[in-house]
Design a protein around this ligand. Structure first.
Ligand code: FNR
Length: 185
């Protein structure tokens, strides 16, 4: 059955490599639907704001609710999770008893011009997601190092064939996992 996959990019940068990678996922699979879930307009999380009905927060939460699974494609900042992504995940985790992100299947992809493929950020993101009772695709890692060499910066497209194949495999495994994992309450 066709799945709807939400894409969250952990970088707000206009020419973000991670956004290019996320965009390439949408071109590697035409049997499923992809939807961007944007995080740039969210306010800084503040418990005092939780009682207000903020349009940006409401539409962010419904966007999460409406998808079958989410793939987060994020850079690593200072060996950790980018603040904007943590902010978005904190919003998605509230209110605790009806958190939209809770039990959602999530996949993690990260790209960096560096050599370690965002491994430290992914460990942190996984830890944060586990605290929110989110299922993260087990056993698979999708770490993209030296990403600037794998992209045509003028066209803003992924050109490296091997990376495309890895991404396609990751995507298939993610969708297969969503299809075959019973929803846990
Ligand atoms: C970085 N960068 C970086 N890269 C990395 O592999 N490990 C790291 O710990 C860091 N730390 C870091 C901190 C800060 C504040 C910045 C701005 C950058 C480099 C980072 O991978 C690079 O800027 C990417 O291009 C960011 O991803 P996008 O925006 O291209 O998707």
């Amino acid at each position: 059955m066709t799945k709807i996959i939400g894409l969250i990019c952990g970088s707000l940068r206009k020419n973000s490599y991670n956004r290019i990678i996320a965009q390439s996922l949408t071109e590697l699979d035409d049997s499923h639907q992809f939807r961007w879930i944007e995080i740039n307009d969210l306010p800084l999380f503040n418990e005092d704001l939780e009682i207000s009905i903020l349009e940006t927060v409401t539409s962010f939460k419904s966007a999460i609710q409406d998808v079958d699974g989410i793939i987060i494609v994020s850079p690593e900042y200072n060996s950790g999770i980018p603040g904007v992504l943590k902010n978005a995940l904190d919003w998605a985790s509230r209110p605790l008893e009806s958190a939209v992100i809770s039990r959602k299947p999530v996949g993690l992809i990260g790209a960096t011009p560096g050599g370690l493929g965002t491994v430290f950020a992914q460990l942190q993101i996984k830890q944060v997601l586990e605290a929110m009772q989110v299922h993260v695709l087990p056993f698979q890692k999708m770490l993209i190092s030296q990403v600037h060499k794998k992209i045509d910066s003028d066209q803003k497209v992924l050109t490296d064939e091997q990376t495309k194949r890895y991404l396609q495999q990751y995507l298939h495994q993610f969708i297969h996992w969503i299809d075959h994992t019973p929803v846990l309450d």
